[in-house]
Each structure stands twice: as C-alpha cells, then as structure tokens.
Design a protein around this ligand. Structure first.
Ligand SMILES: Nc1ncnc2c1ncn2[C@@H]1O[C@H](COP(=O)(O)OP(=O)(O)OP(=O)(O)O)[C@@H](O)[C@H]1O
Length: 586
C-alpha cells in the first residue's frame, strides 16, 4: 500500500505545470482562511472588551476601526471563497484533461496488450471515473493541506502569546485531528481498492451486456444476466457501505476531538482567568484562536476521508501509465526508402512469437512478398495468420527474427511511416458513430469528397452511397449498426484504400461477401494493385485461387508456398485444407 502514496505523490508534477493557477488557488484559500480568523479574533476581542470594560463604546476609536476590519474581512472571505472555488476547479479540470491525454497516449503505446489483461469496460472506467475522482485531490487536497499548515501554526503562535497553557490542549488536538485519516488508512485503502475494482468490473459487465443485448436476448440469457448484474451491484453496495461506516466513524471521531478540545480549552482558560494568568478580556480571543486551529485541522480530516478511493484511482492510473510499450519506438527512426522492385516489400525472417512465452504461435516463419503481388495466407483456424499480420502492423514485436519493410526492420521505422505504408482491413471491422465519409477518412482526414467517393466505388459501395436517401454524409450508427456485415467490410476496405498503402492486409475482409460481390471487388481492386503488395488471409477457395501466390501456415511455420495450381498439383497441405471443412469449397 506504500505504492498508493507514491501514486498520489506522482500526481503532483502535473500540478506544477500549471503553477500560476495553483498559486492563485493557494492565495485565494489562504486569504479566505486568514480573513475568517482575523474577523473571528477581532469579534472576540470586541466581545471581551464589551463584557469587561465599563461603558465600552463600540462605534469609536480602535473599536470602530475593528468593526470596519471585520466588515472588510467578511467581504474578502466572500470574494476569495468564490475565487478559490473557481481557480481550484479550473486547475483541476486542466490537469485532468492533460492526464487523460497522457493516459490515452500510453494506451496507444501499450495496447493491444499481448494477453489483453484488462477489459475495455475496466479501461474506460480508469480513463473516465478514476481520472474524474482525482478532481478532489487537485481542487482541494494539495492547497488545503498547505493552508491548514499555515493557519494552524499562526493560530498556535497566537495562543502561545496569550496563554501558553492552552497549547497543552490545542497542539495534541490539532495533531490528532489531522492524523485521523492516517489511523484508518489501511482499512481505507483496502476499501478504496475494492470499490474501484468492483465498480470497474461492474462497468465492464454493463458494457458487455449492452453490446451483447441482441445475442443475450436471442439466447434467452437476459434474465440470468440481469440476476448476475443485480448480485454484482449488491456486492458493490456492501463494499460501499463498509466505506461509509469507516467514513462515519472518522466523522464522529473528528467531532468528538473538536468538541472535546474546545471544552478542555475553555476549562484551561477559565482556570487561567481565575488564577489571574489570563486577562478576562483576552479569553474570548484565545477561544477564537483555538477555533482557528481546530477548524482547518478538522477540515484536513474531512478532506482526506475519501483518500482510500483516491489513492486506489491514482494507483490504477499509474499501473496503466507504467505498462511497458508493446512495441517501443526507436528514438532515432530510420527513413523508409522508396520502394524498388528488387527488394521485397515485406519480408518475414525466422519470425518467432507467442502471446505467452510457453505457448508459441509462430516458431520460425519466413516468407517475402514483392510489389504488385497478391499473396493469400492460408492455414487452419488458430494457425497464426492474424497474429503474423498483427506483427507486420507492429502491434507487438517478434520474440525472435525480423520483419522487414522495403529491407528495413520495422522496429527501426517511425510509427507514422509504418502506419502510412501498411494498412489493414481487420477480421472484426470497427466503425465509429460517425458519417460514412468520416469513417472512410479515418487514416486520411484531409481527403476530398472526390477521393472518398473514388475508394468507396472501388470497394463496391458506390451504388449504395448514391442510392435515394443515402449519401457520404449518412450516419452509420454506433459500430456501424445501420449497415450490413458486407457493407461494413466494404467501408473498412475503402478506409484502407484511401491511405494508398504500399502494403494492404485483408484479414478475411471478403468473408461477408457473396461470391459474385467478391469477384466484383477483386476486379475493382486491380486498380493500383501493381504499386502495392497485398496480403489476403483467406478461407475461400475462389479468393485463394485468384492470388498470385499462396503461403500455407501450419505448426508455427510456412508449410509450403507457390501458385494455387502448383500447390493443388499432388498431395499438399493446401489440398488437404481445402478438402477439410475449415476452408469453404465454394
Ligand atoms: N490476444 C491474444 N492473446 C492470447 N492468445 C491469442 C491472442 N490472439 C490470438 N491468440 C491465440 O493465438 C493463436 C493464433 O491465433 P490467430 O488469430 O493468429 O489465428 P488465425 O490463424 O488467424 O485463426 P483464424 O483463421 O481462426 O482467424 C490462437 O491459438 C489464439 O488462441
């Protein structure tokens, strides 16, 4: 749990980037607190004089001046309270925004993780709720602890000047108050972790349920899911209630300490007045100063009451920030030279890779693809075809071996150069709740409507887009729900073509198309084919047969490669694959 405090300490540098705002919040908070203390002490002095000086005149001389001071302080407190709220929240929101951007940058560099250890609901919970909850730390905790330190020290000095005996009560009370959250911190941390983890797990389940509603409804599994969600919510409530019990105990302990210290201070003061140690007129001032010490000390206890949850949030955020890069960037990337026919566009050299070290998927894959070639990558389900293509996009690096693009190891290329050169249509197409054109423009936002329309036509979506009630600006709905599976695949193909990639990967992109549409698409994609290398992960005989070359993966290696006709001649792995059910014999 020491790491929890470390995580909170690591939040501090984000504030120092906005020093001006932090100092503004600090000054406003300090002025509001000092104004309160000065008004209270002045009022107490006037009260002391009124009860102890015969014929005391409040509207003349020094007394009148103090009345004006109190009035001024009231205005300062009101103005500074507004100012402090405004600046502190302004600071908190800019810091949260920059933290969110940093987290997003880290996610981009660490995902997709090899083992996909955190669910997307859990990740969005960190990106939204965990970061949001830190608002309290940035807007209140840092400044309040600093100001409380100043006010408590000042108040104790004032008490020491009038009646040092009261310090025997005030100092232990202030220390005890500020340390209340420390006493129960282990319990608070345990509860904070359980609450944040439970809430993230519930978010994941809810996201899963909403995304899978049609499947759950069709399988009649909704009542079971509802019951499970209800049980999970009840468990989370129980964790929340244990936090409330601890928080309530801290609250009543704080009240007990404040009231006890006030009563004891009064007792010490009364004894002081009786013994002639303290002037009766100064007694209310001492009481006001004790109040000035106890109030901010109790404020710290209240502010830190939910630190268990905040520490858990900070720890969850830094766990993501500290995750190692899945494919670290070379600080001095090499330029990707112009593609020349002699050098293979893509070359796998003895590539080995496993999601877990003990369970290798690729055990030495070597092949090359030249400019203008269309290569079909085939193999039984789970042979590692998609994995090989993920490595080519550098989602991860091979454990051994190299992947070369135009003769350069992709590890030494700048991320942007690789993204511009290699474009993929994945197995599961992800469309965003945007227009059709917006989805197509994903990798090249500056593309003109004419360029978008051209690739949409190549992807065989032209007729659909120009039909009545349709246009490039039509919204496709969340995850493209308003489109058919085939249309979604074509949008993804258009998206990939728009960036004019040198290497195009189609991961079962045609699986959702009927044979005629697939043929039309293949013919349309002849345009520009000579300038690029195309890798198609294919299960369908017609797609495989159309490729210039077929590479068969199996047992983590390349089993065989050659033209379709060559491989179909005699006994071959391709032949047995095509005869098996895994490859559609259409
Ligand atoms: N993110 C992952 N984490 C752990 N294991 C994975 C992950 N992705 C794939 N695998 C495993 O790696 C192996 C290869 O998977 P891959 O998706 O590359 O196969 P494939 O040949 O493309 O299969 P298919 O034709 O069914 O799509 C499989 O055993 C799979 O379970």
């Amino acid at each position: 749990m020491a790491g929890d405090w470390q995580a909170v300490r690591r939040l501090w540098p984000a504030v120092s980037e906005y020093r001006g705002k932090f100092v503004g919040a600090l000054v406003a908070n300090l002025l509001a607190q000092v104004g309160t203390v000065v008004a209270a002490v002045s009022g107490a002095w006037l009260a002391g004089q009124a009860v102890s000086v015969p014929n005391f005149e409040v509207f003349s001389g020094h007394a009148l001046l103090l009345v004006w001071v109190i009035g001024f302080c009231v205005l300062v407190v009101a103005g500074c309270t507004y100012w402090e709220m405004y600046v502190a929240h302004d600071l908190a929101y800019v810091v949260l925004a920059s933290l969110r951007v940093r987290l997003f940058d880290r996610l981009r560099q660490t995902l997709p993780s090899r083992t996909a250890s955190r669910r997307s609901g859990d990740l969005s919970s960190t990106a939204v709720q965990d970061i949001e909850s830190l608002e309290w730390i940035y807007a209140h905790v840092f400044a309040q602890i600093f100001v409380a330190g100043v006010i408590v020290t000042g108040g104790l000095t004032g008490v020491a000047l009038i009646d040092p005996e009261v310090l025997w009560v005030a100092i232990p009370a202030a220390l005890a108050l500020m340390s209340v959250p420390w006493w129960l911190r282990r319990i608070a941390d345990r509860q904070g972790h359980a609450l944040r983890a439970g809430s993230a797990a519930l978010t994941s389940e809810i996201v899963d349920t909403i995304q899978g509603l049609p499947e759950l409804a069709a399988a009649g599994a909704l009542p079971r899911r509802r019951k499970a969600l209800f049980a999970q919510t009840r468990d989370l409530n129980a964790v929340g209630m244990s936090g409330v019990r601890r928080s309530a105990a801290e609250g009543s302990l704080t009240e007990l300490l404040v009231s006890g210290a006030a009563v004891l201070s009064l007792l010490v003061l009364m004894l002081g007045v009786r013994d002639g140690r303290v002037d009766a007129a100064a007694a209310p001032v001492v009481l006001a100063l004790v109040g000035a010490v106890l109030a901010p000390a109790a404020g710290v206890a209240v502010t830190l009451r939910d630190m268990g949850v905040l520490r858990a949030s900070a720890t969850r955020i830094f766990a993501l920030m500290d995750a190692p890069d899945s494919a670290p960037q070379d600080p001095k990337p090499q330029p990707l030279g112009k593609f020349a026919g002699a050098v293979p566009m893509v070359e796998f050299v003895g590539v080995e890779f496993g999601y877990r070290q003990a369970d290798p998927v690729l055990t030495g894959v070597s092949f090359s693809v030249h400019q203008g070639e269309v290569v079909a990558l085939v193999g039984h389900s789970g042979a590692g075809k998609s994995t090989a293509m993920s490595l080519l996009q550098r989602f991860w690096d091979p454990d051994n071996g190299q992947i070369l693009l135009n003769g350069t190891d992709i590890r030494y290329l700048a991320d942007n150069d690789l993204r511009a050169a290699v474009s993929a249509v994945p197995q599961d197409v992800d469309l965003f709740a945007d227009s059709l054109a917006g989805n197509v423009r994903l990798g090249r936002p500056e593309a003109t409507d004419a360029q978008v329309l051209a690739v949409v036509q190549t992807a065989q979506l032209g007729g659909f887009v120009t039909a009545r009630d349709h246009s490039l600006e039509m919204m496709v709905g969340e995850r493209g729900v308003t489109l058919s599976g085939g249309q979604r695949a074509r949008v993804a193909i258009a998206r990939a073509l728009l960036v004019e990639p040198s290497v195009l990967i189609l991961d079962e992109a045609v699986a959702n198309l009927d044979t005629t549409s697939e043929l039309e698409l293949a013919q349309a994609m002849q345009v520009g084919k000579s300038g690029r290398a195309t890798l198609i992960i294919a299960h369908r005989r017609s797609t495989i047969a159309r490729a210039d070359r077929v590479i068969v993966l199996g047992g983590g290696k390349v089993l065989e490669q050659g033209s379709f006709d060559e491989l179909m001649h005699g006994e071959s792995a391709l032949r047995s694959l095509l005869n098996a059910d895994e490859v559609s014999p259409s």
